[in-house]
Design a protein around this ligand. Structure first.
Ligand code: DHB
Length: 391
């Protein structure tokens, strides 16, 4: 198979890049290990920056994000049992859209199918070759065990946090940066009405909780848990008791409960690979960096990578100038580190490790008080949450 851009990984990052390249007439192929159904059922975060929404809408993916997505103009930071609403529209004149990541995937996959994009599911990449040359190649096998070799100009690693592509880069001249956390998130989907108009991020003596939403009738919630927690040990009653304990307060705020139909333990870390490229291989999204989920920067950051890389590829194919391609890693990493800082900050301010030093737990409350009691503090959080301007 001969093409211009070979994309390994058909999640939102790989498909968004493929779609934008397709719109610009730049031939590409996407090879994805999983099947469409299992990616559609993978529940991830649900907050899109306005810029991510624009990328979908302006490139003609589909208007579903506008018709089905829910515009949110703030969040509620809850600590010491009290609510502290932040109004993003008032603070920074910006909003976010709640639209689940698996819906983004479904829309992108549909747009690729509609436009005749070459996206192959259930295909496992087995080898990358000639990364340091002008003709990088890779091999993959499909579900019928037939083997293929792809010859391209540019190879993209969009294959997620456990990236095969990233692991093919030699050890020299590269560095990995990692932070691990002593906690994970227990995520549920429940058939219940909304408990509050905006998302609630709660710091409590029992640990963090996030009260998010999916629709009028389905809600998404998370609570901080031990990374080794087993979902089978958690009955509906036990989950509701735990979630309620984390939002309890003198205002008697009460969660609206319902049948729980999905339970998952989500492990996470902070991770960055530098640089984000090697020869003709470019890493985008989780393949190059992952953030803890607090603040929902993962998909937004992946889309920001796609924007930078698309512009570099478009420039390369229209002018033969590869200066922007050479600059891709440095350009993308500036935003990556801003998002790393924000996600680490939100995580450390809102979570309480089980064996927390009492000073550190009180310090985090002091930080929440500092942020919420000042318009500047609120604006700092609001600006980061709604997303810094794209490069
Ligand atoms: C959701 C997840 C997040 O990590 C977040 O910060 C906000 C919302 C969600 O799944 O809805």
């Amino acid at each position: 198979i001969k093409t211009k851009v070979g994309i390994v990984g058909g999640g939102p990052a790989g498909l968004m890049l493929s779609h934008m390249l397709g719109q610009a007439g730049i031939e590409n192929i996407v090879v994805e290990a999983r099947d469409h159904q299992s990616i559609s059922n993978t529940h991830r975060a649900g907050i899109l920056e306005a810029q991510a929404v624009s990328m979908l809408v302006d490139s003609g993916v589909d208007g579903r994000v506008l018709s089905e997505g829910d515009v949110h103009s703030g969040i509620d930071l809850r600590f010491n049992g009290e609510s502290h609403p932040l109004d993003f529209t008032d603070l920074v004149d910006a909003t976010v859209t709640l639209y689940a990541q698996n819906e983004v995937f479904i829309d992108l996959a549909a747009a690729r199918a509609r436009d005749g994009g070459d996206v192959r599911y259930l295909c496992e990449v087995t080898e990358l070759m000639d990364l340091e040359t002008d003709t990088p190649k890779f091999r993959f096998t499909n579900a019928e065990d037939e083997a293929f070799e792809v010859h391209c100009d540019i190879l993209i690693g969009a294959d997620g946090s456990r990236s095969f592509c990233r692991r093919q880069i030699p050890d020299t001249n590269r560095q990995d940066f990692t932070v691990t956390y002593p906690f994970a998130w227990f995520g549920i989907l429940t058939e219940a009405p909304k408990s509050a108009p905006e998302l609630i991020y709660a710091n409590s003596p029992h640990g963090f909780a996030l009260i998010s939403q999916r629709s009028e009738t389905v809600q998404r919630m998370y609570f901080q848990c031990h990374p080794g927690e087993n979902v089978h040990d958690w009955s509906e009653d036990r989950i509701w008791t735990e979630l309620q304990a984390r939002v309890d307060g003198p205002d008697n705020f009460t969660l609206k409960t319902g049948k729980i139909f999905d339970k998952t333990v989500l492990k996470f870390r902070s991770f960055v690979r530098e640089p984000l490229s090697h020869g003709r291989l470019f890493l985008i999204g989780d393949a190059g960096h992952t953030v803890p989920p607090t603040g929902a920067k993962g998909l937004n950051l992946a889309f920001a990578d796609v924007k930078v890389l698309f512009e570099a590829l478009d420039s390369y194919y229209s002018t033969s100038n590869d200066a922007l391609l050479h600059a891709y890693s440095d350009t993308a990493l500036k935003r990556v580190w801003k998002a790393q800082n924000f996600s680490y900050w939100m995580t450390s301010m809102l979570h309480t490790p089980v064996d927390a030093d009492p000073f550190m737990a009180k310090r985090a409350l002091g930080e929440l008080e500092t942020v919420t009691s000042s318009r500047y503090g609120q604006q700092y959080l609001a600006e980061s949450y709604t997303g810094w301007p794209h490069a």
